[in-house]
Write a protein that binds this ligand. Structure first.
Ligand SMILES: Cc1cc2nc3c(=O)[nH]c(=O)nc-3n(C[C@H](O)[C@H](O)[C@H](O)COP(=O)(O)OP(=O)(O)OC[C@H]3O[C@@H](n4cnc5c(N)ncnc54)[C@H](O)[C@@H]3O)c2cc1C
Length: 390
């Protein structure tokens, strides 16, 4: 092992895998992850929009080939999102998605770079010095690298080492369920305080009756005494618009994790340290989606890091801030606008249902694609007045 690596990739999830894949073979690189098996257990709904949808979602990308996801990583492909209001009204939007085998994809993509990956290695702290970054592992080992890429997700040790404020995140809980009897062509999104205060609930069919079934849950927005487990069980057993698909379903697996729902940090580059993906807050927050943005971030960062070594000029890393902002910031901001507007109208299920009566299928299509229909932008100004009537 070298005394000083060229690059340490801290965390090998989505962003880390796509970064490792494209870092030059001429560099000495190490990936570090606390997991024994990359990407496993899967803490995710596993949906990724197909390439055609990505052109709409992130219209400023130069190259969409990243989203030519091979079929071998697909457990299902869906055509629609069904969005269900608290009063049961259903919006149907065409929105084609891969339901990916996220763990297999992460593992193969990461290993394809041919770089060394240290698994079962938990990062406990990080310190940035003027010409290197120092990572400490739980076994006492010290990893020193000229460039450190923080790809370690929502609770990033690298962001903490940079003394950045913690980004706002929503706790989520998900079961993998068998014997789910829903339309496997559709992803189901449910909103309402009864089942998912401050978030949404989902059924994501993986094919053959298996589905990811989960909820986001913000306790400060929930009824007193309610918990994420109780709410998820209610969603499965009692809620009329979801339990009809889940009444015979059995739990095959269970995870809990958090989804960042904040705006990203102002910048992702801090001299010789860069942040990517959830660690930087690069998420489409109103739907809690961060796979595509993390894939793009990993890809762009590899390009910039390779160029920095080729030119022998680390100040070139700044280019990453220009690139990721150009590629995704507009979408991220628009999504955040929708999310905050949502928070302002969803304190009661009755009120939320009344507001949703103003929305048609076309508006919902735009909202799901992180666009803000004019009526939403106008309504945002008048929420305090509208709330008196709704
Ligand atoms: C329940 C749930 C459902 C979701 N569903 C979707 C979805 O369907 N579609 C979508 O686009 N997004 C979804 N997301 C969000 C998406 O999973 C993330 O935005 C995305 O994975 C971010 O990628 P990342 O590489 O930044 O972080 P991650 O993929 O989380 O990778 C971080 C890596 O860092 C490692 N790590 C963390 N801390 C340490 C440490 N101290 N030491 C060593 N290693 C460490 C982890 O083991 C992990 O491998 C969901 C999130 C949750 C919680």
């Amino acid at each position: 092992m070298p005394d000083v690596f060229d690059v340490a990739v801290a965390g090998v999830g989505v962003a880390g895998a796509f970064l490792l894949r494209n870092l030059s073979k001429d560099l000495s690189v190490v990936g570090i992850d606390k997991r024994e098996k990359l990407g496993f257990p899967v803490e995710c709904g596993e949906i990724v929009p197909v390439k055609k949808e990505m052109r709409i979602l992130l219209p400023n990308l130069k190259d969409y080939s990243l989203f030519d996801i091979p079929e071998k990583y697909e457990s299902n492909r869906t055509d629609y999102i069904r969005f269900i209001a608290p009063d049961g009204r259903e919006f149907i939007s065409e929105f084609k998605m891969h339901v990916v085998k996220r763990d297999e994809m992460i593992s193969d993509v990461a290993e394809s770079g041919g770089h060394r990956i240290m698994k079962s290695s938990r990062i406990v702290s990080f310190r940035k010095e003027s010409n290197a970054g120092i990572i400490r592992l739980d076994n006492g080992e010290k990893i020193v690298a000229k460039i450190v890429a923080g790809c370690d997700g929502a609770n990033s040790r690298i962001a903490a080492g940079l003394k950045l404020k913690k980004l706002l995140a929503v706790p989520a809980k998900q079961y993998v369920m068998r014997n789910v009897d829903c339309d496997e062509d559709s992803i189901y999104m449910y909103v309402g305080k009864k089942i998912s205060p401050g978030g949404y609930a989902w059924i994501i069919p993986k094919g053959d009756g298996i589905a990811n079934v989960g909820i986001g849950f913000v306790s400060s927005r929930a009824e007193k005494g309610d918990t994420i487990r109780k709410a998820l069980d209610r969603f499965i057993k009692e809620y009329p618009y979801s339990s009809k698909y889940l009444k015979s379903a059995e739990i095959a697996g269970e995870i809990g994790a958090v989804v960042p729902v904040d705006l990203p940090y102002e910048r992702a580059v801090y001299d010789n340290t860069i942040l990517l993906g959830d660690a930087a807050g690069m998420v489409i927050s109103h739907v809690g989606a961060g796979i595509p943005t993390s894939m793009v971030a990993g890809d762009l960062a590899a390009k910039v890091i390779n160029e920095s070594f080729e030119g022998g000029d680390f100040s070139h890393l700044q280019e990453f801030d220009l690139l990721w902002k150009k590629s995704m910031l507009e979408t991220i901001k628009s999504s955040y606008f929708i999310k905050t507007l949502w928070d302002r109208i969803s304190d009661s299920d009755e009120r939320l249902s009344r507001y949703l009566k103003l929305i048609n299928n076309r508006d919902m299509w735009e909202i799901l694609h992180s666009r803000t229909p004019l009526k939403l932008r106008v309504a945002a100004f008048f929420i305090p007045i509208l709330n008196l009537f709704f």
